[in-house]
Design a protein around this ligand. Sequence first.
Ligand code: COA
Length: 407
Amino acid sequence: MTRPPTVLSTSSNKRQNADPTPTRARSARIIGTVVLPQAVIAATGLYTPPHSISNAELVEAFNTFVERFNAANAEAIAAGDVVALAPSSPEFIEKASGIKSRFVVNKDGIVDPDLMRPIIPERPNEEISILAEIAVEAAKQAIERWGKPVSEIGAVICAASNMQRAYPAMAIEVQQALGIEGFAFDMNVACSSATFGIKTAADFVTSGSSKAVLMVNPEICSGHLNFKDRDSHFIFGDVATAVIIEDADQAQGGWEIMGARLKTQFSNNIRNNFGFLNRAAPEGIGAKDKLFVQEGRKVFREVVPMVSEMIVQHAQDLGVDPTGLKRLWLHQANINMNEMIGRKVLGRDPAPGENVIILDEYANTSSAGSIIAFHSANDDFAPGETGLICSFGAGYSAGTVFVQKRP
Ligand code: COA
């Protein structure tokens, strides 16, 4: 089948039902008079680290640290020169966030009250980096489920909140480890990295520059989490996910990307000031703001309406009834946020399993959360049924990817 010339859309994103070219009925998108190839999520993969930490274990380490701090500073606290630290509690964590446990690449260091950080030794340059390693594990599963040779992949995108180093790009290391030709690059849009990665990959596919793209999300969130901060020490976990995005003309089955939309709006409410210029201001090195910090309440209040409106508007523009979506695979940060967004989008209390929750077991895994949810709960879909992958987080940033199961 010959492909019509690709012309960039200048008009609306609206999905049209009437396709004048019968052979393209399932694999093309018509925008005005222009027919574009369609992109498909062809396969996904998940790597889960071996160690899990329960809330009770995390809190035990935190509270031991607090007791020791308060004992060591008893005089200064009594004199009013130092503020005593308050203990954490597993009950608060589960009630406020829905999180019960999290997976991590290293447990020993995190639950050691003397350390409270992961222990991840440096590796020689000749060895694969740990971030690339977990990405490769997730990618291998996606490639196996896809069932095609890596020679059919033309590009690799590593989309994650934190890269292991400044350069060379993590994606290029992943590309080399898997023996993939073409090109690779990193991108970071914090918790929204995966949906931004899917949209970028889909644009490569629909513009004809790659037939298939591997997009990976290795997230070692324990590396940027302040385990000594009561307000946030429970939030994150580690994981890696992978998604293969492919040209619909050659994909078998999979999920048609009906539409992908991205949005950003600047906010200081989720921030991490770690960066290459820190050494130029050594007085700030080791300060709290060089790890993840957030105004959790403000994030909650501002992001829920932003994301709910974005989903409903995008659905409307695609001609999709949001109340008819079979499943929501939302970003996994906070169960109360997901329940509110679920109710606003579906117009009712979501039935069990309709609004997939994996954060109880995985905690917030940044960009990977919505992909874990999608990966873990999509095999009961019949062709034609629709769902939504949606991310939101620092930036603020948000991404919506509506998908439809293909025959
Ligand atoms: N253990 C026990 N109590 C705690 C505690 C802990 N670890 N941390 C805070 N508290 C207490 C506070 O001291 C406060 O007490 P007060 O009411 O007596 O002052 C109370 O619990 C509420 O604290 P607050 O921080 O306002 O909790 P919250 O209900 O807003 O929940 C979050 C905190 C972080 C779970 C929640 O705000 C959230 O998830 N927000 C969105 C986060 C998000 O999506 N971030 C995106 C990251 S990508």
